[in-house]
Design a protein around this ligand. Structure first.
Ligand code: BV8
Ligand code: ZN
Length: 236
């Protein structure tokens, strides 16, 4: 790791778990009785925009109250000590930026940003007021959370740059992700095929554990600071 020139990291909901943000597929990941896949899609939104806005308001409120954890800070430090570094995240909670990471590729958007379903106008402030009207754009159409829902394309420039980072790196980390959601989950394998040394850090084995070079079972908030110290001699 110490000799790595170009490092790329893919993170999932697991890196935010120690901050208190529920993961998607863990036991604490469910909200009320719905599965995320049933709420995080456009049809569900158009069928019941109020319910989907309530789900996102619940998650935004929770995210406002949490702080980055040692795993986020270790990744921000890794960016400082590596010659070239990209942080590719599936998370929409903005915690990597809060921890000081700068070279971030948000594959699935950002929960704090909303956009118009018609004209695409964006806003960082608009949201559903408690018991209020649905948020609408100046053009009159509905505003939606600016995240990528199931069945939707990922932002193509971000996706292109993420695959480029995965292909060009010599060290790739897959951290806190069950590696089931595509196309993000294909990145560790793309990196491996392109010759990178691939390391997984996760609290449970995943579908890619057999294919990576090193699969470390553990909590990212504990493992990443240790890796930083062992490999780069840096304390956070
Ligand atoms: C696309 C944003 C198509 C919203 C998210 C069949 C039917 C329908 C669709 C598909 C299908 N098969 C494949 C698909 C495509 C689909 C997909 O992959 N589905 C999966 C479920 C099978 N993908 C899509 O739809 C994508 N779009 O493919 O477009 C297309 C193609 C051409 C043309 C037009 C369209 C869009 C996917 C993006 C969906 N949006 N989120 C929101 O957040 O509200 S996905 C959601 O899952 C989050 O982004 C999350 O990050 C992501 C992945 O989950 P994980 O991050 O991995 O979280 P998870 O809970 O699963 O795992 C956490 C892990 O951490 C666990 O393993 C746990 O052990 C570990 N952990 C816990 N604590 C810790 C820890 N590890 C370390 N330390 C800890 N402390
Ligand atoms: Zn509009």
């Amino acid at each position: 790791m110490r000799s790595a020139e170009r490092v790329a990291v893919l993170t999932g909901a697991g890196v935010s778990a120690e901050s208190g943000v529920p993961t998607f597929r863990g036991e604490d990941g469910l909200w009320k009785k719905f599965r995320p896949e049933e709420l995080a899609n456009f049809d569900a939104f158009m069928r019941n925009p109020k319910l989907v806005w309530e789900w996102y308001n619940y998650r935004k409120k929770l995210i406002h109250e949490v702080k980055p954890n040692l795993g986020h800070y270790a990744l921000a430090k890794m960016e400082d000590v590596c010659p070239e570094f990209w942080l590719i995240t599936q998370n929409v909670d903005g915690l990597h930026r809060k921890a000081g990471s700068r070279k971030i590729l948000e594959l699935h958007g950002n929960i704090m940003r909303s956009r118009c379903v018609e004209c695409g106008e964006e806003s960082d402030t608009v949201e559903l007021r408690e018991g209020g009207e649905l948020p609408r754009c100046r053009c009159g159409a509905l505003m939606r959370p600016d995240v990528v829902w199931f069945g939707e394309m990922l932002p193509e420039d971000v996706l292109r740059r993420a695959f480029e980072a995965a292909r060009e790196c010599d060290l790739f980390f897959s951290i806190g992700t069950s590696a089931v959601v595509q196309p993000a989950a294909s990145m560790p394998l793309v990196a491996k095929e392109a010759g990178a040394f691939v390391v997984e850090v996760n609290t449970e084995p995943t579908v890619i554990s057999e294919s990576v070079d090193e699969s470390i079972l553990g909590m990212s908030g504990e493992v990443l600071p240790k890796l930083l110290k062992e490999a780069w001699g840096v304390e956070i």
